[in-house]
Design a protein around this ligand. Structure first.
Ligand SMILES: CC(C)(COP(=O)(O)OP(=O)(O)OC[C@H]1O[C@@H](n2cnc3c(N)ncnc32)[C@H](O)[C@@H]1OP(=O)(O)O)[C@@H](O)C(=O)NCCC(=O)NCCS
Length: 173
């Protein structure tokens, strides 16, 4: 039986192995990875699929912001990667993980959500391309794969999409 539960710290190694298996080691060069470099995931929004003791799926969430030219910042959540063990594909686990992470984000007021992925899969969960077309990202991105979900009317049209971490090098006020 598959269980979808919150990820715990000791899942880290199995999650990394799963991601290496599904995306390859070159995954670290992807723009989505650059967006979360050095960032701690949003623990309560990260879920895994377990079959007994084996981890067979994972969905992680990360804090992002869009920083406008005037310095104003609007928060959003990066969903991803979502990955399912090749041996367990097509059994609804990827959908269940995505829905569980989004339900947790919605319940906690973590919105809107963004991901870089296939609209063919993520459209069914409310993600769509279009918003964020003029944002700067820390690497190349296919804009048709830059997908948002939720109320993004308040986000700046122009700005930098980046990790929502304290800005270093500034003296505390
Ligand atoms: C994408 C992934 C998470 C889907 O997980 P899964 O457990 O196989 O998905 P589900 O069983 O919940 O859903 C399967 C459905 O999604 C569709 N689907 C799967 N991947 C898709 C894609 N890239 N584009 C469009 N549809 C896709 C299947 O055709 C199937 O459709 P159906 O329900 O109409 O038959 C999984 O295939 C995976 O880990 N892939 C490798 C990593 C990856 O590409 N992750 C996504 C980018 S972050």
């Amino acid at each position: 039986m598959i269980q979808i539960v919150e990820a715990i710290a000791s899942d880290s190694a199995a999650i990394e192995q799963l991601l290496d298996d599904r995306f390859g080691p070159a995954r670290h060069a992807r723009t989505a990875y650059r967006l979360r470099e050095g960032v701690t995931p949003l623990g309560p929004l990260c879920v895994v699929a377990r079959e007994g003791d084996r981890l067979v799926g994972s969905a992680q969430c990360w804090p992002l912001r869009v920083r406008a030219v005037d310095g104003a910042c609007a928060k959003l959540v990066l969903l991803g990667p979502v990955a399912v063990a090749a041996s367990h594909e097509g059994a609804g686990i990827g959908s269940a993980l995505t829905q569980a992470a989004l339900a947790r984000a919605d319940a906690g007021g973590f919105a809107p959500q963004l991901l870089i992925g296939d609209a063919g899969f993520y459209g069914r969960f409310g993600f769509a391309a279009g918003a964020g077309e003029a944002w700067h990202l820390p690497g190349p991105v296919d804009r048709a794969r830059l997908l948002l979900r939720g109320d993004f009317e308040g986000l700046p049209r122009h700005g930098w999409l980046e990790a929502d971490v304290p800005v270093s090098g500034r003296a505390a006020a």
